[in-house]
Design a protein around this ligand. Structure first.
Ligand code: FMN
Length: 164
């Protein structure tokens, strides 16, 4: 089974999770930024990662998910800064599940991800971002060692599901 791990990441959090997933899966495997992936036809299983932006899936990821071939085995992973379990942290994942609705979604994983002090300074001033930037304070150590360990376990579980 040939596996691709692809991710969209502006500040590196989602890339860290992608690398942990990549480490945990067997060969043949590849890891690529989502913007470099023209087609997923060569892969049997595709892990797709993204950060939450303004409660949503980033536009480039949205386009990517919409174009996935029907029936392709995929797994989603996401990083976000709001509090785990809050509606804010679930909305984008729910959106991604709908966008990739034609595929065979084997599972999803999410982890909190820090926001740089600089970005917090700018985004925290806008009312649109007020709620999640307040919550983001406690995300500052993430993704941490345990998050990455969980990502590896998630990856192994998905691979075993894909092999069934
Ligand atoms: C422009 C922008 C908008 C964001 N919007 C949200 C949001 O609505 N909800 C949230 O929980 N986190 C939000 N975040 C935080 C990111 O989702 C989080 O820091 C993520 O781990 C970044 O991943 P990356 O380092 O791979 O880019 C936002 C970050 C940025 C830069």
């Amino acid at each position: 089974m040939r596996t691709l791990v692809t991710y969209y990441s502006l500040t590196g959090n989602t890339r860290l999770v992608a690398e942990a997933i990549y480490e945990a899966i067997p060969e043949p495997r590849e890891i690529k930024s989502l913007t470099e992936v023209a087609s997923v036809d060569d892969y049997d299983l595709v892990f797709i990662g993204f950060p939450v932006h303004s409660h949503s899936v980033p536009y480039k990821v949205e386009q990517f998910l919409k174009k996935l071939p029907a029936g392709k085995k995929i797994a989603l992973f996401m990083t976000y800064s709001s509090i785990t379990g809050s509606r804010l942290s679930r909305e984008a994942l729910e959106q991604a599940l709908v966008l990739a609705g034609k595929t065979k979604i084997l599972g999803s994983f999410s982890s909190r991800g820090k926001v740089s002090a600089q970005a917090m300074e700018v985004l925290g001033k806008s009312p649109e971002h007020a709620l999640w930037t307040e919550m983001a304070v406690t995300a500052r150590s993430h993704p941490d060692h345990n998050d990455l360990e969980d990502a590896r376990t998630f990856a192994q579980w998905i691979v075993s599901l894909a092999n069934q």
